[in-house]
Structure formats: structure tokens, C-alpha cells
Design a protein around this ligand. Structure first.
Ligand SMILES: [Fe+2]
Ligand SMILES: [Fe+2]
Length: 343
């Protein structure tokens, strides 16, 4: 098959549309139906989103081909199932790498990552404590690898901000909110410590996840996890600051500040059963935990509501939250002007 230009994107697919085009396989598994007949369960993606797909006929023959990370040519039909779109595939062929343009398949956020990065640097420059600011500069401004990863990484494998640039969007959104809360609560919250919590709480995800194509956990991610990885990074950067003359006042990073920064990372999941080895033990850690949780839920529900195709005022069932969401005007499909009407 020759080069397969991508003209059909997941965001635009509607009920009863004929599907014919290339996609990236995000997930694939062979399952067994009620009658004992095997079928294939797939998630296809491109830069505009992802969609579940099914192969009902000859599923076993496709099992070895439609594997995760493969580019595939798909023919079939889009249809609504319980309010969600789904592709029923009638034909599938595996494509070679040179038959597609990988850029068409990496999910992107709608915001400008360079502008978001500039915003991060502005927040860093506004920090008052010389130790906390030096640490933020060392991690966010001076480390080329981190800068590059920060602009590319999603904030999560799925659920929230799961697209290129999602991490920096999540960080800027959180730190902006923390800035308001620091003003609101005045002396009871340390703005610089809050900011470090916003910047660093998920920084370990830059290495916990691999995100060159389909987002996956790395070996380090599976075995260590982003909380401990974040603490390790902080330890390393503080040691570097202490060994570079002139980076911090004196030659020692204060012990108490070191411990508080690490606590911000370790406590951000809020509860032991959510993976935090420590529950929040200072107001700043408590605030970062709640704002992180709030920001990820707002993003996840917003994206879910926007992508929902159920006609009318209610979404289909959101399995994570086990409820239907009201669809305000911003989530309604754009109404095209009718003939004769000018815009
Ligand atoms: Fe986290
Ligand atoms: Fe987070």
C-alpha cells in the first residue's frame, strides 16, 4: 500500500459515518462474546482523540496484527453504542511506518506549550525565598532534558490531560490556582512552597511514562513510581546546588526546607490507599493535594463532556464517576448556518 494520507480524524466521526483511513492502535485485546465466539476489542487513536473499535468477524486472524503501537488501515462504520461512538471494523491492514506521518497520531492539547513554558518561568521568577527559587530554576529553567520533556509529556496515561503538552497545561493551571489561594489565605500559606508543590508533584512522570507514541509506563515508572522519582530528582538537584558556588546563600540548602519540599511530592495523592506514603501534614501539602485532584477532575470531565456524542442535554454514562453529566452550551455540537443565512 502506498503512503496513506490522513483525511479522516476521530474528532469528526459521527454516527453512521463510513470509516476508511489510517489510525494508530492504542490498545488491543481478544475477547470472547456471550456465544463463545471471539471478537477483538480495540482502541484506535489519532491526534484528535481516541475511539473504541470492534472486530466481530474473523477476530482471531487479526489478533497478531492489530497490536499496540501499530499503524493500521481501517475500513468500517462508526455507530453509537450506549451514547458513545464506536467503530465496527470490516477490514483492517497493518501499515508500515513510511506509509504514515507520525505527527497525525500524537494527541495534542489545544494550548501553546511555548507560551505555557514562559508562564512557568514567570511564576518561578516571582518566587521570594532564595532557596526555593534556586531549586525551581535548577529544575525548570536550567535543565534542558526537563525543559524538553515538560513540553511534550502528557500529565497521565489516560483519564486527565492525556495528550501532548498535558503536563505543562496541568502544572500552569494548578500553579495559577495556588497563586490565588496564596493571596486569599495570606500569611497562613507559604506561596513559594505551594508553587514548588504545583511544579514538582508530578515531575517524576516525565520519566514514569514513555510518550513518544502511545503513552506507556516505563520500567522505572512501574517499579518506582512518580512520587519517589520526584523526591529523587529533588535530592539530586539540591546536591548540585550545594556544590555550585553562588547558586544559594551559604553552601547548605536548609534541612527543614528540603523536607518540606519532599513532603509536598510524597503527600500529593492525599491518602495511603491512593499511593501517597504520607498523608498531608502541612496546609500547603493539603492544598496542593486538593487542587491537583480538582484540576485533574475538571479536565477529565470537560474532555468527556466535549467528546460525548449523545444528542440532547445529557452525556452517556461516565463509568469513572458512575453518573451522567449535564451538557451546557459549550458542549453542544456547532450548529451550521442554514442556507441563505449569512454569518
Ligand atoms: Fe501524581
Ligand atoms: Fe497532578
Amino acid at each position: 500500500m502506498a503512503f496513506s494520507p490522513k483525511t479522516q480524524f476521530i474528532r469528526d466521526l459521527k454516527d453512521k459515518d463510513t470509516v476508511k483511513g489510517p489510525f494508530l492502535v492504542k490498545f488491543s485485546a481478544l475477547a470472547t462474546g456471550k456465544t463463545g465466539k471471539p471478537y477483538m476489542n480495540l482502541v484506535l487513536m489519532d491526534k484528535t482523540g481516541e475511539l473504541e473499535a470492534r472486530i466481530w468477524e474473523d477476530a482471531a486472524t487479526y489478533a497478531g496484527q492489530a497490536v499496540r503501537d501499530a499503524f493500521v488501515w481501517v475500513e468500517g462504520r462508526c455507530q453509537l453504542y450506549l451514547g458513545r461512538r464506536q467503530i465496527v471494523i470490516s477490514r483492517l491492514d497493518v501499515l508500515r511506518e513510511d506509509e504514515v506521518d507520525p505527527k497525525d497520531y500524537i494527541a495534542e492539547g489545544t494550548l501553546d506549550v511555548d507560551a505555557l513554558y514562559e508562564q512557568v518561568l514567570e511564576y518561578v521568577a516571582s518566587m521570594k525565598d532564595p532557596y526555593y527559587r534556586a531549586l525551581a530554576e535548577a529544575v525548570l529553567r536550567d535543565d534542558e532534558d526537563i525543559r524538553d520533556r515538560l513540553k511534550r509529556a502528557p500529565a497521565a496515561k489516560s483519564v486527565h490531560h492525556a495528550y501532548k503538552g498535558g503536563m505543562i497545561e496541568h502544572v500552569v493551571s494548578i500553579v495559577g490556582t495556588l497563586d490565588h489561594l496564596a493571596t486569599h489565605y495570606g500569611k497562613y500559606l507559604d506561596r513559594d512552597l505551594l508553587f514548588l508543590g504545583g511544579f514538582f508533584h508530578d515531575i517524576g512522570k516525565l520519566w514514569e511514562l514513555a510518550y513518544d507514541r502511545v503513552t506507556e509506563y516505563t520500567m522505572e515508572g512501574r517499579l518506582i513510581g512518580h512520587l519517589v522519582m520526584g523526591v529523587e530528582l529533588v535530592t539530586k538537584k539540591i546536591r548540585e546546588l550545594e556544590s555550585q558556588p553562588g547558586r544559594i546563600p551559604g553552601d547548605r540548602f536548609p534541612e527543614e526546607k528540603t523536607l518540606l519540599v519532599k513532603h509536598m511530592i510524597l503527600a500529593h495523592h492525599g491518602k495511603l490507599e491512593y499511593g501517597s506514603p504520607k498523608e498531608p501534614h502541612c496546609l500547603e501539602a493539603l492544598v496542593v493535594h486538593y487542587i491537583d485532584d480538582l484540576d485533574s477532575k475538571i479536565n477529565a470531565i470537560r474532555v468527556f463532556t466535549e467528546q460525548d456524542q449523545t444528542p440532547g442535554r445529557w452525556t452517556g454514562l461516565n463509568r469513572l464517576h458512575e453518573r451522567f453529566f449535564f451538557k451546557p452550551d459549550w458542549a453542544q455540537p456547532e450548529v451550521l448556518p442554514t442556507d441563505g443565512e449569512s454569518t
